[in-house]
Design a protein around this ligand. Structure first.
Ligand SMILES: NC(=O)c1ccc[n+]([C@@H]2O[C@H](COP(=O)([O-])OP(=O)(O)OC[C@H]3O[C@@H](n4cnc5c(N)ncnc54)[C@H](OP(=O)(O)O)[C@@H]3O)[C@@H](O)[C@H]2O)c1
Length: 237
């Protein structure tokens, strides 16, 4: 039995079909939130919904869309407004790694996709959802960064650049909403056992890594109505 710290809250989670986003969505549902789960993979979202139903008896709302089709983000904001008139929590966990290679080697298509998923889509979420988050009595927006945003680590080009840009965007947004009830923060999850981590480090034994489920407490803390942080980079490890 969980503490129900998010009872009655409406939470949109991107990247909810697997990995960190999925674990956060499941935990939030167990904490009493209604989850709006966003990702491309319908099957992954349906499995999440089944798991939520099994554990809580409640159903999620599923949005099977590509987050780089930015008009889908606007439509999701419109649909949330129609149905609930507000949004309490945004967890923006969708992310794309792209390819690890020297700077001149990336294809423009791959560069653009990593920037679109990791940076621009998150701005489009802010643009679409800010009025809804401000309608909440304790709106919370949580973004997800990486340690490589701070290092000039070779071959991590677009991923690291997009996360550095994301961090700056989140700091600016947090400053802009500092006088409101909305709190905006960013999580560095550390090394986590997911498909993305396996793609970046194919030789690593996944069993040596923390599971996505093990870091969800940080997200609950930042999503809860008693969260006092704003503009913070919070390490989940
Ligand atoms: N795992 C780590 O060690 C680690 C470390 C630092 C930071 N992070 C960050 O943590 C977040 C979650 O990563 P993860 O490790 O859980 O990765 P993951 O297992 O690869 O999951 C990525 C999620 O993003 C979604 N996504 C990707 N492109 C999308 C698109 N175009 N439209 C809609 N959804 C899209 C995927 O769903 P679909 O494919 O179904 O669309 C999936 O649900 C990311 O922001 C990542 O950068 C992870």
């Amino acid at each position: 039995m969980t503490s129900q710290r998010l009872a009655g809250r409406i939470a949109l989670v991107t990247g909810a079909s697997r990995g960190i986003g999925r674990a956060v969505a499941l935990r939030f549902a167990q904490e009493g939130a209604h989850v709006i789960a966003f990702a491309r993979t319908q099957g992954g979202l349906e499995e999440l919904d089944d798991e939520i139903f099994k554990l809580t008896g409640a159903r999620a709302t599923l949005v099977a869309e590509d987050i780089t089709k930015f008009e889908k983000i606007d439509q999701t904001g419109g649909a949330i407004f129609q149905r609930w008139g507000k949004l309490d929590i945004l967890v923006a966990a969708a992310g794309a790694l792209g390819q690890l290679s020297p700077m001149p080697v990336y294809t423009p298509k791959m560069w653009d996709n990593v920037m679109a998923v990791n940076l621009t889509a998150n701005w489009r979420l802010i643009r679409s959802l800010d009025p809804l988050l401000r309608q909440s009595d304790a709106g919370r927006a949580i973004f997800v960064t990486s340690g490589v945003a701070h290092d000039a680590r070779m071959y991590w080009g677009p991923y690291a650049v997009s996360k550095a840009g994301l961090e700056q965007m989140v700091r600016i947004y947090a400053a802009e909403v500092g006088h409101t009830k909305l709190k905006v923060n960013i999580v560095d999850p550390g090394r986590v056992r997911t498909k993305m981590r396996a793609a970046a480090f194919p030789g690593e034994d996944p069993n040596t890594l923390p599971t996505p489920e093990s870091i969800t407490g940080t997200f609950v803390d930042l999503a809860a109505a008693d969260c006092a942080h704003n503009g913070a980079l919070v390490k989940a490890y």
